[in-house]
Ligand binder design. Sequence first.
Ligand SMILES: [Fe+2]
Length: 235
Amino acid sequence: MIVHPRLLVLVALTQILGALVMELRPVAGSVANTNASRDEFGLHTDDAAVPRNGRAAFINLYGLVNPPDTMTGYAPTRDALAEMQASGAVEVLLQALREPRFEVRYPISFKFEKEVWSDPCAIIEMSEDGDIDTRFPSYAVKPVDDGDFVAHAAIAVFLAALERHVVNVPLDPGCFLTFNNSRGAHKRGAIGQGDRRVLRTYSARDLDQLRQMTDAPGPIFPIAPIVAALTTHAA
Ligand SMILES: [Fe+2]
């Protein structure tokens, strides 16, 4: 078996709050765009408010129960950007995505007393060697300046392009799905009839940044010191 060297560094399982292995299951009356909702869970990257080094590098899902026609989808950022470039006349939008003109909301699951938004950040960062970092909870991202119409348009056009490149798979019992949390966005379609149970764990390249921000050893980290370290307008 050939193992790519980059995979060898994925040694650390990690989690901000919760447990190393979380069971994802629908709960009646849950808020939209959460794992517990039965409605479609829109395109997003996990923990987008956290810098890349503190975020899950890979999301690993194991199916236990999956109702018919319930799909998990992944859309590669590169494919969406290529489509935007090919369509022409959107260079200003592509540029906007790479500028710190956006804020992303911390997940509802962190149970803050009120909404907490990140400091200004870019939606996409690209390195010279072709690496891509995507921070895009499509239902929890907004321009820093509400009057920034280019940024509003960039969000809408990028989301539409991602939607056209979603690859759907059913997480049926025994299926294991792992994907990169920075190179694309993922979603879950509406859950069909009956129960659904999926096990989820995160992989990180290392835990150094989370340890520095929280002064905790991990691998499960508290959220409050992370927000305090990252935002200038924390709750
Ligand atoms: Fe997710």
